[in-house]
Ligand binder design. Structure first.
Ligand code: ADP
Length: 451
């Protein structure tokens, strides 16, 4: 049998995370990097490293030809796409396969199906999974949208079919705002995703964002690993994630988990994926989308289930059966993740790149840090501002919060601004501590803080 060798088509903390799993499995690794990332930790930790182009993502981490030639010239047998960049690009996954390399992720057809949100909504409906009331497919004209909106009732949300990262989304509170919102949402969608099509959904007020981690092998086995609550978001970007959700009981967990497994089976899903839902106060849940890749927040699931998701991804990509069954998955204790960003909360969260000239990482029982920063490293301004994740695990939610506070207190990053203190303040917010929050939490929190 050919020796496994994994090329990681990504950078930052996730590249480091994947390299670590490979090392423990005795699998050789190949890092790829842009010129701006030559001093990055993933380059140092991998067995081999190939420069794939200049600084801009377009010419490096999104450069399919360059990445494929790096894979071929190093004799890589698998490619892990991480998250972001090419991870949900079906053309990339197809081309990887055409090069006789295994793509650690689902089949390109499934990526295509689930990557388009209106198509994914249709599939959810076919699988009998509740979706947010809204339009049948895309809305071509404001008039058509107005009809749907008056039928489902305001407020509504106009969403980009190819959307991601909260872009191309507009809330419409009343009829007279609709046309303008439709036009700005389409324009933003066209500019961000090259696809101007939008659709309409009812705005669920004060929802929680609940997502289910699933993993599937090539033999039709699909297992879910419980939920993550990602309701703490700023501008639709997740800030804190936790597992289990303080909102979900055993009964609801089973219902949502079963729904996630059902839709995954329906599309013959392979590898790791996340089915995202929003839930309302009454505990109704609605499918919103599926992410056909590993998520930033996967560690909270790993800590409460004991499953190493990256190792399992590699195993199933190699055709092995899942190493566990649904009945083997037990949720133990509580895990919380704080995203650590190089940004200045006092300057409206403006990115704050620069040289790190002092670094102290927290540690101790139940503390995990996934990061690529080190002392003297210069955070570059060209990519995402997330520089790491601090994840804690404890027996109870209360203990996990205490552990997170203690870890944030220990955490020192000098030379750049970060959101560590911001996270620390949230960890003391009485509503957060009570577990009494929804996706509007950060906005309200900032309003309170700014008077
Ligand atoms: P993206 O792919 O851009 O992140 P999502 O569809 O995943 O878009 O939605 C992102 C966030 O927007 C959700 O976590 C939720 O907070 C909010 N959201 C999405 N759809 C609705 C809805 N119908 N009602 C209320 N909030 C919503």
């Amino acid at each position: 049998m050919m020796q496994n060798k994994v090329l990681i088509a990504n950078r930052g903390e996730i590249a480091v995370r994947i390299i670590r799993a490979c090392k423990e499995m005795g699998i050789a690794t190949v890092a790829v990097y842009s010129q701006a990332d030559k001093d990055s930790l993933h380059v140092k930790l991998a067995d081999e490293a190939v420069c794939i182009g200049p600084t801009s993502s377009k010419d490096s981490y999104l450069n399919i030809k360059s990445i494929l030639s790096a894979a071929i010239s190093t004799g890589s047998t698998l490619i892990h796409p991480g998250y972001g960049f090419l991870s949900e690009n079906s053309k990339f996954s197809q081309m990887v396969k055409e090069c006789k390399i295994k793509f650690i992720g689902p089949n390109h057809k499934v990526i295509d199906m689930m990557g388009n949100k209106t198509r994914a909504r249709d599939i959810a409906k076919q699988a009998d999974i509740p979706v947010v009331p809204g339009s049948e497919g895309v809305i071509e004209t404001p008039e058509e949208g107005l009809k749907v909106a008056s039928k489902i009732g305001y407020p509504v949300l106009i969403k980009a079919s190819s959307g991601g990262g909260g872009r191309g989304m507009r809330v419409v509170n009343e009829e007279k705002e609709f046309k303008k919102a439709f036009e700005t949402a389409s324009l933003e969608a066209e500019n961000c995703f090259g696809d101007k099509t939008v659709y309409v959904e009812k705005l669920i007020e004060n929802p929680r964002h609940i997502e289910i981690q699933i993993i599937a092998d090539q033999h039709g086995n699909v297992v879910h690993l419980g939920e993550r609550d990602c309701s703490i978001q700023r501008r639709k970007q997740k800030v804190i994630e936790e597992a289990p959700s303080p909102f979900i009981d055993e009964e609801l967990r089973k219902k949502i988990g079963d729904a996630a497994v059902k839709i995954s089976k329906h599309v013959k899903y392979e590898n790791a994926g996340t089915v995202e839902f929003i839930t309302d106060k009454e505990g109704n849940f609605y499918f919103i989308e599926m992410n056909t890749r590993l998520q930033v927040e996967h560690p909270v699931t790993e800590l409460v289930t004991g499953v190493d998701l990256v190792k399992e991804q590699i195993r199933v990509a190699n055709g092995k059966k899942l190493s566990f069954k649904q009945k083997d998955i037990k949720i133990e204790g509580h895990a919380i993740e704080c995203r650590i960003n190089a940004e200045d909360p006092e300057q409206n969260f403006m990115p704050s790149p620069g040289k790190i000239n002092g670094l102290l990482l927290p540690g101790g029982l139940g503390v995990r840090i996934d990061t690529f920063i080190y002392n003297d490293y210069s955070v570059v301004p060209y990519y995402d501002s997330m520089i790491g994740k601090l994840i804690v695990h404890a027996k109870t939610r209360k203990e996990a919060i205490r552990r997170m506070r203690r870890s944030l207190e220990e955490f020192i990053i000098d030379g750049i601004k970060t959101n560590i203190e911001f996270q620390y303040v949230i960890m003391h917010d009485p509503e957060y501590v009570r577990g009494n929050y929804d996706t509007g939490f950060v906005e309200n929190f900032l309003k309170k803080a700014n008077g």
